[in-house]
Design a protein around this ligand. Structure first.
Ligand code: RB5
Length: 147
């Protein structure tokens, strides 16, 4: 199941993405925000990241104005590999090589149709493992040095 979230800058964009996920029959939970009222992207970055890191949700999509702030917040949660994507190549390789578990998008950066293509690409791509697993393990080992 997919966890989705975003701040006020992404509210209407997130509604469109939810409609798209509905059309595709992809189940999700919306962790907010639930109105265009000004709020703070770290709240939703952390909520979705914790939902994914706990294993309750297997992947997440986060949206803010640029995708930057919300991905930075998500990446502070242990076990999260969030990537901001503005193109399909990065979306595919971030899954195939880096095993990203959260996709971040900028509602003020990418058009809605490109965002849908990026989402399709990211959801369909699969982690290749092998030599990439060792490198992902090395990234995750950095978290252990912090605790
Ligand atoms: C909100 O104005 C904006 O700063 C936020 O959505 C995001 O772009 C931050 O990275």
């Amino acid at each position: 199941m997919l966890a989705i979230g975003g701040d006020h800058a992404a509210f209407s964009f997130k509604e469109e993405i939810k409609e798209y996920l509905d059309e595709k029959g992809i189940a999700y939970k919306d962790f907010g925000c639930h109105s265009p009222e000004s709020t703070h992207y770290p709240i939703y970055g952390e909520k979705v990241a914790r939902a994914v890191a706990s294993g309750e949700y297997d992947r997440g999509i986060l949206i803010c104005g640029t995708g930057v702030g919300i991905s930075l917040a998500a990446n502070k949660v242990k076990g999260i590999r969030a990537v901001v994507c503005t193109d399909c190549y990065t979306a595919a390789l971030s899954k195939r090589h880096n095993n990203t578990n959260i996709l971040a998008l900028g509602a003020r950066v990418v058009g809605i149709d490109l965002a849908k293509m990026i989402i399709d690409t990211w959801l369909e791509a699969e982690f290749e493992g092998g030599r990439h697993q060792k490198r992902v393990d090395m990234i995750m080992a950095i978290e252990e040095k912090n605790s």
